[in-house]
Write a protein that binds this ligand. Structure first.
Ligand SMILES: *Cc1c(COP(=O)(O)O)cnc(C)c1O
Length: 340
């Protein structure tokens, strides 16, 4: 751990101690989510798979961890001025709730066509919503401009150190609960969850191979890793809406490319099959993006045999109409006999 910590102290100013500090701030605030196993799946795969179930986190996704930590690290002056960030999905609600809990006003820049339920939930937490046009506006510059005009503190949704350290507490809890692992699978959107998980894995289970997982049609991080530079793609078409990001941030790109074992992809049908498995076998609702890591572990069945494998189940935000539609489209997993 010593060597790793030093490396980060130099290259990113972000180390595992920042994750430990985040964990202290989140005590009694974030849920310590359960680590679940499916004996059926373990038997099929001949592996021990540990699911870290962040679908049971506050606001339905791990993002509450980073959002709360980012707000908690601000100075009293920054808090008094208020915060701003942009998000189309789970981060909006996470920052809105985290800010309200800490008496800080939040402004969230959201696409005008974001689901009504997500806008309503964000507003319900007391945040001010500013809408932008996905086709016409550059949300990053719009957010920075509003921040400058109104004196708000900008929390970059993927590059902020407080966000990354907060997201890293989920993997820390997993290692604290189950001990070292052979492999860990983590979904990638902007790369905050994977970056934080890498910090925790290197410190607590240094031999663990860590894999990032992207939708097949949205593999910007995989391309970035292969090319050694930040690749930006058009907004990908996938049901994994939490991974519809166009690129990593510079910070997450650096942490990921320096530390990840590899980045793999799965397609939408594999996500649907996994979603159905979670519902039928494990009695839980997991959104498509939350199925990425599990689908990759199942896809790697040959490589994980005999291994101890961690899987980040990152979120469970789905309305009932979407849930019904997706359940109808999911097929039995390939390792899953038709009749059990
Ligand atoms: C945001 C999100 C992700 C991706 O996390 P990043 O930190 O952006 O890489 C994965 N799953 C869910 C459910 C999310 O909401």
């Amino acid at each position: 751990m010593g060597e790793f910590t030093k490396m980060y102290a130099v290259s990113n100013g972000l180390d595992f101690e920042e994750v430990e500090r985040a964990e202290q701030r989140l005590k009694g605030v974030a849920h310590r989510t359960p680590v679940l196993q499916s004996s059926t799946l373990n038997a099929w795969l001949g592996a021990e798979v540990f699911f870290k179930c962040e679908n049971f986190q506050r606001v339905g996704a791990f993002k509450f961890r980073g959002g709360y930590n980012a707000v908690a690290r601000l100075t009293p002056e920054q808090r008094a001025r208020g915060v701003i960030t942009y998000s189309s999905g789970n981060m909006a609600q996470a920052v809105a709730l985290a800010a309200r809990m800490q008496g800080v006003h939040a402004t969230i820049v959201m696409p005008a066509d974001a689901p009504q339920a997500k806008k309503a939930a964000t507003q319900g937490y007391g945040a001010t919503i500013v809408e932008y046009d996905r086709q016409l506006d550059d949300r990053d510059s719009l957010t920075r401009q509003l921040a400058a005009e109104q004196g708000l503190y900008f929390i970059p949704p993927f590059g902020d150190e407080g966000i990354i350290a907060g997201q890293g507490t989920a993997a820390k809890e997993l290692f604290d609960d189950v001990g070292t692992l052979d492999q860990l699978y983590v979904p990638i959107g902007g790369g905050g969850l994977l970056s934080g998980s890498l910090l925790s894995a290197k410190a607590l289970s240094p031999a663990c191979q860590v894999f990032g997982v992207e939708p097949e049609l949205g593999n910007d991080a995989q391309q970035s890793l292969r090319q050694g530079q930040l690749v930006r793609i058009a907004t990908p078409q996938t049901i994994a809406d939490g991974a519809q990001t166009q690129s990593l941030s510079t910070t997450t790109f650096n942490i990921i490319t320096q530390n990840v074992t590899d980045i793999v992809t799965v397609n939408d049908q594999q996500l649907l099959n996994m979603l159905r498995f979670f519902a039928e076998r494990m009695k839980m609702v997991v959104e498509p993006t939350g199925c990425l890591a599990a689908a990759a572990a199942v896809q790697a069945a040959e490589q994980i045999r005999g291994k101890r494998v961690g899987v980040m189940v990152s979120g469970g935000n789905l309305d009932s109409v979407q849930l019904c539609k997706y359940l109808a489209l999911g097929q039995a997993l390939q390792c899953q006999p038709d009749t059990v």
